[in-house]
Write a protein that binds this ligand. Structure first.
Ligand code: KIV
Length: 264
């Protein structure tokens, strides 16, 4: 049975940890969906892992929709969440409505994710939810603000910034968000937020006490040339791919592949 947004809150209540992975194309989506992951996220990290940009900032809504449509074709069971790219929702609630509306109508995703929990963004989230668009929040290290942070740095280290992130998470829950990503914040802060909220927290670089965990699938697979310190590679596909490509080159150059019909 397909996962839905309400189910995630039930999972939290039952103490069942939630699994989230990102996808950017059909084959990756199909493989992780068949593995039984609860939520598949077309994160704007695809700007870096699939398109080769240094940050998520250059990604356009059209590029995101193009990738999300491919992912949709591979997802049968997981809940599909799509990130709204930088500057496709920050301007006004109306801009966010147009962008999120396009994502849901054109890709078949069930929800959108957007970054930030400051008051104007909370109003935007409330507006989307009123229109029937489920929203996942994202606080802590919000990569679309990388230039403001001066790099992909841990957030919430001081008691003042930790308190601000906690208040943002509470405000997003009150606005109706169905889950919140906590990125690169101290473990004790993530624990406090997770205990305070009824909706699930999904951690990445936020320690072991969140209600679920998300990884960028390129990091999980060891595909990325660079990955953050909190990521875990479960396999080194970058090396495996290079070995396969080298074996192919060798076999072609040495007339071993393809085998000649004359031999058969
Ligand atoms: O863009 C992304 O992949 C994300 C996840 C890491 C949460 O936002």
């Amino acid at each position: 049975m397909a996962v839905n947004t309400q189910q995630l809150t039930r999972y939290k209540k039952e103490g069942r940890l939630i699994t989230v992975l990102t996808a950017w194309d059909y084959l990756i989506a199909q493989a992780i969906d068949q593995a039984g992951v609860d939520v598949i996220m077309v994160g704007d990290s695809l700007a870096m892992v699939a398109l080769g940009y240094d940050t998520t900032i250059p990604l356009t809504l059209d590029e995101m929709i193009h990738h999300a449509k491919a992912v949709r074709r591979g997802v049968k069971a997981a809940l599909l969440v799509v990130d709204l790219p930088f500057m496709t929702y920050q301007e006004s609630p109306e801009q966010a409505m147009r962008s999120a509306g396009r994502v849901l109508k054109e890709t078949g995703a069930q929800a959108v994710k957007l970054e930030g929990g400051y008051p104007a963004m909370v109003q935007t989230v409330a507006r989307l939810i009123k229109a029937g668009i489920p929203v996942m929040g994202h606080v802590g290290l919000t990569p679309q603000s990388v230039h403001q942070f001066g790099g992909f740095r841990q957030q919430g280290k001081s008691s003042k910034s930790g308190e601000r992130i906690l208040q943002e998470a509470i405000a997003l829950e009150q606005a109706g968000a169905f889950a919140i990503v906590l990125e690169h914040i101290p473990e004790d802060l993530a624990l406090r937020i997770s205990q305070k909220l009824i909706i699930p927290t999904i951690g990445i670089g936020a320690g072991a006490h969140c209600d679920g965990q998300v990884l960028v699938t390129a990091d999980l697979l060891g595909l990325s040339g660079w990955s953050p310190p909190f990521a875990k590679a479960y396999v080194n596909l970058r090396e495996t791919i290079a070995q396969a490509a080298q074996a192919f080159c060798t076999e072609v150059r040495e007339h071993q592949f393809p085998e000649s019909d004359a031999k058969n």
